[in-house]
Design a protein around this ligand. Structure first.
Ligand SMILES: NC(=O)c1ccc[n+]([C@@H]2O[C@H](COP(=O)([O-])OP(=O)(O)OC[C@H]3O[C@@H](n4cnc5c(N)ncnc54)[C@H](OP(=O)(O)O)[C@@H]3O)[C@@H](O)[C@H]2O)c1
Length: 276
């Protein structure tokens, strides 16, 4: 298996995206430690849990210092509440930057000696929010943009021993998706905006993380891998009145209906040929 004999830490690996990454790593043969402030509600088969607040640098140092070895660090813990910029003061926004940018730096520095010794890899978990305006989560978007930049610099400074890459995620279906998109209907509506017709599953992200951590990506460092199902079509195309009905703005159902009609037409032709 791709990660046989490797030891991996997945921060925030107790639920959501992180749990998907932890499961994929365990399935690929790695020994996995997940860390978070609270234990997982559902025990993750093949992963050990360690209680850790990533915003506490002393605790982070002690945690990595106590590990016997480490080959892969996945900086996954992150997130933000919905907050317009002017709703709270800068100190509250700084907490978001602390979790999404400072904590991955703190953890990477604490893991550095282990990773150098092992010839290891760091995988950052970024977001498409870092590459476009992020209204309602501006500090988060800024932190994720910073995370990708940090990863690119880290990849240069820590080469050739350590590879550093970023997974740039679009929307992922997790236990908390309803908070972001508003229940099953909201998730379905949002899914229709994605070219591949659905949100990512945590296992999709897990597969991409295993790839970046494995020898299959031995020459990949300082890279950003988009895991967003084709991305966000530009909003102006939805509003423009020219070129209506072209494939890129055709919602998934319409495409399915069209395929269904084509299939029925084909079947009718076949019947006609057979029965005359
Ligand atoms: N879900 C999406 O659609 C999406 C899209 C783009 C990018 N992402 C990125 O994917 C990553 C995971 O997102 P998610 O949706 O799976 O989030 P989530 O469900 O909220 O899970 C976050 C994880 O991080 C842990 N965590 C949070 N604060 C922590 C702290 N101070 N110290 C230690 N652990 C902490 C949480 O556990 P505790 O609360 O118990 O500590 C939990 O295990 C994040 O970096 C997020 O930005 C997600």
């Amino acid at each position: 298996m791709e990660l046989n004999g490797k030891v991996a830490v997945v921060t925030g690996g107790t639920r959501g995206v992180g749990a998907g990454i932890a499961r994929a790593f365990a399935a690929a043969g790695a020994e996995v430690v997940v860390c978070a402030r609270r234990p997982p509600e559902v025990l993750l088969k093949g992963a050990e849990f360690a209680r850790l607040d990533l915003r506490d640098p002393d605790a982070v140092g002690a945690f990595f210092g106590a590990l016997p070895r480490l080959d892969v660090l996945v900086n996954n813990a992150g997130g933000t509440p919905y907050r317009r910029l002017a709703d709270v003061d800068a100190a509250r926004h700084a907490r978001v930057v602390e979790l999404n940018l400072v904590a991955p730096l703190t953890a990477s520095l604490a893991a550095y000696e282990h990773l150098k010794r092992a010839g290891g890899a760091v995988v950052m978990v970024g977001s498409v929010s870092g590459g476009r305006p992020s209204p309602g989560s501006a500090a988060y978007g800024a932190a994720k943009a910073g995370l990708e930049s940090l990863a690119r610099s880290m990849a240069v400074e820590w080469a050739p021993e350590i590879r550093v890459n970023t997974l740039v995620l679009g929307m992922v279906r997790t236990e908390l998706s309803h908070l972001h998109y508003g229940g099953a209907e909201g998730v379905a509506a949002v899914s229709r905006t994605v070219p591949l017709g659905r949100l990512a599953e945590p296992s999709d992200v897990g597969a991409a993380a295993v790839f970046l951590a494995s020898d299959a990506a031995a020459y990949i460092s300082g890279a950003s891998l988009l895991v967003h199902g084709g991305g966000e079509p530009p909003a102006f195309l939805g509003a423009a009145t020219a070129n209506r009905g072209t494939r890129h703005e055709m919602p998934r159902e319409k495409r399915r209906e069209k395929r269904q009609e084509e299939e029925w037409a084909r079947q009718e032709e076949e019947q006609e040929e057979e029965w005359g």
